[in-house]
Design a protein around this ligand. Sequence first.
Ligand SMILES: Cc1cc2nc3c(=O)[nH]c(=O)nc-3n(C[C@H](O)[C@H](O)[C@H](O)COP(=O)(O)OP(=O)(O)OC[C@H]3O[C@@H](n4cnc5c(N)ncnc54)[C@H](O)[C@@H]3O)c2cc1C
Length: 373
Amino acid sequence: MKDKYLVVGAGITGCVIAENIASQLGKEVLLIDSRRHVGGNCRDYRSFEGILVHEFGPHIFHTNNGDVWNYLSRFTDWTMYFHRVLANIEGMEIPVPFNLNSIYMAFPAELAGKLENALIEKFGYGTKIPILEMRKTESPLLKFLADYVYRNVFLGYTVKQWGVKPEEIDESVSGRIPVYISRDDRYFQDKYQAIPRLGYSKMIENMLKNDKIEVRLGCDFREISDPNNYKMVIYTGKIDEYFGGKYGELPYRSLRFETEYLNTRQFQPVAQMNYPSNFDFTRITEFKHFLPQNTAGTIIAKEYSMPHVAGKNTPFYPIINPENMSIYEKYRSEALQLKNVIFAGRLAEYKYYNMDQAVASALDKFSLIAGRV
Ligand SMILES: Cc1cc2nc3c(=O)[nH]c(=O)nc-3n(C[C@H](O)[C@H](O)[C@H](O)COP(=O)(O)OP(=O)(O)OC[C@H]3O[C@@H](n4cnc5c(N)ncnc54)[C@H](O)[C@@H]3O)c2cc1C
């Protein structure tokens, strides 16, 4: 037993680490997850018509990291996909992040021209300016634009998403919503942008096709009677839960998805439509845009944001602010004392990781594990 590794959590982080332990070190791994599926929040499944549905919200793979791209490409083929998002603003469907195309859709041509010139003069073409920074400018034109975007794109969405005022949100989160001074209306500009051709779940299942990996689903870490019997534990669950919440609970936002089948070929022109001001949901995703799928019907999911309540709903987004980070730091310094436990992934590192960042970090963690063998 002492030669075997225990990986807690079969999300993308846990699966990458388990795959590497098995294939690179040739060691046995027990991979457990309290949920009844592998893939964690990246999970997708096929509807009766064959539409791939992302169970936990739209997942678009995008990265500039060639190593991560090459690593995952061993387990999947890809379909190229450039994400485009529209926001329903004052009844118009306008591209976001707000860019030069959006300006020409939202305002009369003469005003739009002036705004374009002012933006390029002040910030330069091709730059991304966070909305809170634009609001601070002196130019009345730019201030008008910043206020418009702030009010119509950012404010309502952020209040719904985080349940707080934008000023209370960490800069690293609010900085994610920029004005892009460009005609490029893709949501991401990364070098690699794609969806696994047969889905994320299939990609992850391919990673786990190794005789040395035993997968046990519906199994919580608390059911493992003696973790000390394993050579090492790689823990990708909530770090506060691991330590019994002794320094306080780390808060998260959770989500509820209302998924519907509609008897129509297409519901909306793009995969993602944001609703900053109207309705209680933040966005609607239509899944058949991700992969070419010629079906008579379509599937959409309305997404509602709410506080996470342990044991009741799923923790999705860590709430990064100084108070929560100081709680996290207490857990982290205790975690560093544990020689045979590695904490990895979104929940264990209390960090907003995209999939590529989660994979990159998992590969780094594996190097650490390999170095300790
Ligand atoms: C709505 C939404 C949209 C997203 N969109 C994108 C996107 O477009 N592009 C992108 O790159 N990234 C996106 N992400 C981020 C992506 O989901 C994460 O990067 C990724 O899921 C992180 O993987 P992880 O393994 O670290 O965590 P998780 O997927 O959360 O996996 C952790 C696993 O551990 C299990 N676990 C926890 N505690 C225990 C325990 N005690 N015992 C056993 N098992 C346990 C959990 O059940 C879970 O399955 C999105 C995230 C969300 C929430």
